[in-house]
Write a protein that binds this ligand. Structure first.
Ligand SMILES: Nc1ncnc2c1ncn2[C@@H]1O[C@H](COP(=O)(O)OP(=O)(O)OP(=O)(O)O)[C@@H](O)[C@H]1O
Ligand SMILES: [Mg+2]
Length: 298
């Protein structure tokens, strides 16, 4: 399958992602290019709200492929991630056949198979092999990780009643983790790894320009400088890029032209999600950070 945009080199990948509003550095563009070129899964680890999930969505758009998402959680097991049999439909079909005096139908046919994300990703898709996003793998348990390791090494899953299903072409796989626990080395070894860090000032400005284009440059400057300072403070939960964008949109909705301690205090809920952090930032702390920001931007 050829992509809709030729991604022949790192610059082309970086430009194609930017074209979909995803602004990344050369390091992430390089590892993405290599993952596509070598057909290896991309393993992205990093803080919350730094664009790990988003890159999979944007990649699917760039490649013109379907995005299939497997959201991981504690207790997720292989059966749920691959397929389930529709027991209710099987029962109805059996009863109906009995009533008509017919032989029971093929209970393991397509009519009764509910494909879950991993099986779906191994099936032929219009537009070519899909982008498979395995999101927040650190939330799943170790046995599921082991299962995944196998599924990803030969891009094949097995339905005991029907046999193996093999992907006609390997999907583009993106795994993300918030590192609430370490993911096993064996899985990481299969992948190309990248730590997604908070963007620096200039890149965060570019992201804001792409994602909150209505914000005036002067306000965006203050917003980005404020958030960048906030990330150096001792907080329980540091704001990610998602929060910067949210905050800018809130300020826009309030017709704010420039920041003031009062405006910051009133809108902190867009940036900080823990009451302890919010309390810390209300009053003199917000003023202090704002003064520092003003001094820097002057
Ligand atoms: N580099 C970027 N370019 C453009 N937008 C970005 C970028 N990084 C983050 N965003 C924006 O931030 C939002 C949140 O990003 P995303 O959901 O991908 O974060 P995440 O790293 O998956 O966070 P979590 O760990 O909480 O799941 C996205 O919807 C996107 O709008
Ligand atoms: Mg995410």
């Amino acid at each position: 399958m050829t992509s809709s945009i030729p991604l022949d080199d790192i610059d082309a990948v970086q430009a194609a992602l930017a074209g979909e509003g995803y602004v990344c550095g050369r390091d992430l563009a390089t590892v993405t290019f290599l993952a596509l070129r070598l057909g290896r899964p991309l393993f992205l680890e990093g803080e919350a709200g730094t664009g790990k999930t988003e890159i999979a969505k944007v990649l699917a758009a760039v490649l013109g492929r379907r995005l299939i998402r497997l959201q991981c959680y504690e207790g997720l097991d292989a059966a749920t991630a691959v397929y389930e049999w529709n027991f209710a439909a099987q029962m109805v079909a059996i009863r109906a056949a009995e009533a008509r005096g017919e032989a029971p139908p093929d209970l393991f046919g397509d009519d009764f198979l509910i494909a879950r994300p991993l099986l779906e990703a191994m099936r032929p898709q219009p537009g070519g092999a899909p982008v498979l996003l395995i999101d927040e793998i650190d939330r799943a348990d170790a046995p599921f990780e082991a299962f995944l390791l196998e599924a990803l090494s030969d891009f094949q899953v097995t339905i005991p009643e029907r046999g193996p299903v093999r992907a006609p072409a390997p999907p583009v796989v993106v795994l993300t983790s918030n590192r609430t626990r370490e993911v096993h080395d064996a899985l990481k070894r299969r992948c190309l790894y990248h730590w997604v860090d908070y963007p620096g000032h200039d890149r965060e400005m570019a992201i804001l320009a792409a994602r909150a284009p209505d914000a005036a440059e002067a306000l965006s400057r203050e917003v980005v400088a404020f958030v960048q300072k906030l990330r150096t403070e001792d907080l329980f939960k540091t704001p990610g890029v998602a929060e910067t964008i949210d905050w800018a949109k809130c300020l826009l909705a309030l017709d704010v032209i420039d920041l003031s301690p009062e405006v910051v205090a009133d809108t902190l809920g867009a940036l900080l999600k823990y009451q302890d952090d919010i309390q810390k930032l209300q009053g003199s702390e917000a003023r202090r950070i704002l003064d520092e920001v003003r001094a820097e931007l002057a």
